[in-house]
Design a protein around this ligand. Structure first.
Ligand SMILES: [Fe+2]
Ligand SMILES: [Fe+2]
Length: 500
């Protein structure tokens, strides 16, 4: 195709398609080649990158040296570019000291690596006398037509120059910096050819590819390796992709790992089933390279963020556990409160995010006890007035500790602060009344009281259930606790309900 094009050009214009000095294609030919590459990439759903390479401060260099030296420099740079690109890549002389390189079947990331090599080659061959800057634009990510692509590349080149020269710039750089990191991607497919194909698509990136050829293998690998993303086939013998997905999402350790279902089934039903199983995205077989990479990158970005949050969560949870260890009376209290509050929330039909908030609030509600001296926390007898004042500060202290995580915690933060409020206004720390106490705080306070009464302590046994229920009933009759929530809890814990 390329030869035909060049021949036609020569016949039509009677002009050479090659620049006599550098051996690169001329500007006219560059425009034709670019148009041709766009058509080819459109046809084959492929990607390619256009790079503009400019010799830094070339006019100054020309002034300082004689013109022949300038020409030599241009020739040398063209040569170095050619040495560092593939045979199928096309180099043209775009203008005076600017070269254009079309890199078919490449993405910006690959082109960036190639340009990095060229930049270093020029610098080292000329002992720093000459340097180059490059701007990249990739099809189809950044532009779909010739004019726009050139504009994007020119823009990127201007950025490289503005950024201090001797640099390579592309817009997607920031996005790609995420994928420049090494992630572990698990590919699960019973057909080895598909595993190979997906592996080949991901090969240009730094990711570590882990392979599994059936569901069981995938599940066991997930237990051993800290996987960042899963590409999962649906139709597999014994355990299908839906089941694998469900199990991943059920496990606390792997529920946040994004899963892309790769499937030959492009029907709605398969997608609905996949969504119900907890899949994060879908892609059809055979996968479109660009689409697949874009989806993987976006999920990896989300995963990276999730991981950050989870590590903050983990710190808070360990802190909450450490605080609990200080208090001999409350062993296991926060975990029980968290579990029971979630169960109650589910029973009452609360949304998934509210239930998640209950999980956090349960774990963190007493974290403020960190500010209470151990002697007060563990005092066997009744507390004095001053001591009691200090204890009553713990919801505010907890709130202050958790406040920087406001965005992650959402409504849990308010529930943490108000877990000792009473509906009649007799609670603390804010003395809220009725509607001002949120449902989450109400649930938390009922469960908190129940657990305090129900649990055995070092010097006294927990109350019998009937007695505990009696106290909860009395508190709700007095308008202190939410009567409906108390009923739900009692129903949930009564033996009949457990049987049913
Ligand atoms: Fe508390
Ligand atoms: Fe508590």
């Amino acid at each position: 195709m390329k030869e035909q094009l060049l021949k036609a050009y020569e016949e039509e214009t009677h002009a050479s398609f090659v620049d006599s000095l550098t051996g690169a294609y001329t500007h006219g030919i560059f425009q034709l080649l670019l148009e041709e590459e766009i058509k080819r990439s459109q046809r084959y759903h492929d990607s390619f990158t256009l790079v503009l390479i400019d010799i830094d401060s070339f006019s100054l260099y020309n002034k300082q040296q004689n013109p022949a030296t300038g020409d030599q420099a241009l020739k040398k740079v063209a040569e170095l570019i050619r040495e560092n690109i593939r045979d199928l890549d096309l180099i043209s002389r775009y203008s005076g000291d600017v070269f254009a390189v079309i890199l078919p079947k490449s993405n910006a990331h690959e082109a960036y690596n190639a340009m990095g090599r060229i930049r270093m080659a020029v610098e080292s061959h000329t002992r720093g006398e000459l340097t180059v800057s490059a701007g990249l634009a990739s099809y189809p990510e950044e532009a779909l037509n010739r004019e726009k692509l050139i504009l994007e590349a020119e823009d990127a080149l201007a950025q490289a120059k503005g950024g201090g020269k001797n640099t390579v710039y592309f817009k997607e750089k920031e996005k790609l910096s995420v994928v420049e990191q090494e992630f572990k991607i698990l590919i699960v497919d019973d057909d080895a050819r598909n595993v190979k194909l997906l592996g080949a698509i991901l090969a240009p990136f730094n990711h570590e590819i882990v392979k599994a050829y059936n569901g069981e293998e995938a599940l066991s690998l997930m237990k051993k390796i800290d996987i960042d993303l899963v590409l999962l086939d649906i139709m597999m013998p014994r355990m299908d992709g839906y089941e694998v997905c469900r199990r991943f999402k059920k496990s606390e350790a792997t529920r946040l790992v994004p899963i892309i279902l790769v499937t030959a089934l492009d029907d709605m039903e398969a997608r609905v089933k996949g969504i119900n199983a907890g899949a994060d995205d879908f892609i059809c077989k055979p996968p479109n390279r660009i689409e697949l990479i874009a989806r993987i990158n976006s999920l990896l970005r989300v995963n990276k963020l999730n991981k950050k949050l989870t590590s903050i969560e983990n710190i808070l949870i360990s802190m909450a556990n450490a605080v609990e260890a200080k208090d001999v009376y409350t062993k296991g209290h926060i975990q029980r409160v968290s579990n029971m509050a979630m169960a109650l929330g589910k029973r009452m039909g609360l949304s998934a995010s509210e239930i998640d908030a209950l999980r956090f609030a349960g774990i963190l509600h007493d974290i403020g006890k960190i500010a209470i001296p151990r002697e007060i926390l563990n005092k066997p007898g009744p507390l004095g007035l001053e001591e009691w004042k200090i204890v009553k500060q713990h919801p505010i202290e907890a709130y202050k500790i958790c406040l920087p995580l406001e965005k992650t915690l959402g409504p849990a933060l308010e529930a943490i602060r108000h877990h000792h409020e009473k509906l009649d206004g007799s609670g603390y720390p804010d003395g809220l009344k009725g509607e001002d106490v949120s449902v989450l705080a109400r649930i938390l306070s009922v469960v908190d009281i129940f657990d305090a009464l129900d649990t055995d302590r070092p010097y006294c046994k927990g109350m019998p259930r009937e007695k505990t229920f009696e106290i909860l009933h009395r508190e709700s009759d007095e308008g202190k606790l939410d009567a409906i929530i108390v009923e739900h809890l009692i129903e949930m814990l009564s033996p009949n309900d457990l049987q049913g």
